[in-house]
Design a protein around this ligand. Sequence first.
Ligand code: GAL
Length: 368
Amino acid sequence: MIRIFAFLLLFISSVSAQIRPGQLWPDTDGQHINAHGGGVLFHKGQYYWYGEIKGKNSLAEVGVSVYSSRDLKTWKNEGIALKVSEDPNSDITKGCVMERPKVIYNAKTKKFVMWFHLELKGQGYAAARTGLAVSDSPVGPFVFQKSLRPNAGKWPLNFEEEWKNPRAGEDTLKWWTPNWYTAVKEGLFIRKHIEGGQMARDMTLYVDQKGKAFHVYSSEENLTLHIAELNDTYTDFTGRYITVAPAGHNEAPALFYQDGWYYMITSGCTGWDPNAARSFRAKDMLGPWEELGNPCVGEGAELTFKSQGTFILPVQGKKNAFIFMADRWNPKNHIDGRYIWLPIQMEGGKPKIYWKDEWDLEVFDKKR
Ligand code: GAL
């Protein structure tokens, strides 16, 4: 009898240790996790998952959530990390758009630093700003500091001198025509936004091997990614940044490092609808970046298994173990959006992602 009981316990715990992409994912209170467009921080033995608290629609009515876990499967709701403001004059007033929050820890200041994509209330997606909030604890409360468009007055490091001067008629070029594409690749939007700062929408944060932090954002009307260096406290931009894949329409950037290379996985740009992911690699965060193609393999690969990436999670205590975290958005009822977590494996120097109905962290122990 005892043996049967022990076996049952073992069976239940091993079944519950599975990650099931696309299924409801209950937290320890039994509620589907509400942390969309999220990212994970590991700090002192615990993982913290931050994400957008969604309701039926996608406006920020509550703020950014935080969940904690030791095993990446069982998540405890730690409440609201960053609350929207009740003050109608605040940049983060209730009803704004707050997306893709990411948190990194600054060992020098001992602060948890959150950046997120911010759209001002009532302006749709026109503001294209990034917001900063800081906390003394990983579970918050994060205190909102400021919002801005990055790198005002600064040209990218990989920008040609002759691109700095506006060209006759460039403002009236018809979108999506060959001449317009050329103009975009040669800095059309950078010139336009040089004074007020560059547009910043989908984003992530990444701390490189040397401890330098970078803010990676879709800029220039989502046409071009920027990788921008943050200062030592991670609370401002240094003005050093590069453009990646100009006019390539990359969103949803997510990064990891393995064996001397930084890898980045992005999506295309089709709103809440899924599209094919792309991948890149570079020896240095400030480039040059080389395109590697769609990392997804097999049935559903052309739509990233009906999802869009948000973060790449390094599994602690395992070598070269990375989880691709993505969102299967549900724009009809955002709170029901599902999480697609899949292991990344390297094949011929390229990251590859295969669909799995369910899996556990042991996949990383098998010879790959
Ligand atoms: C997606 C983006 C999401 C959200 C959405 C709004 O392309 O990745 O974070 O901004 O558009 O339509």
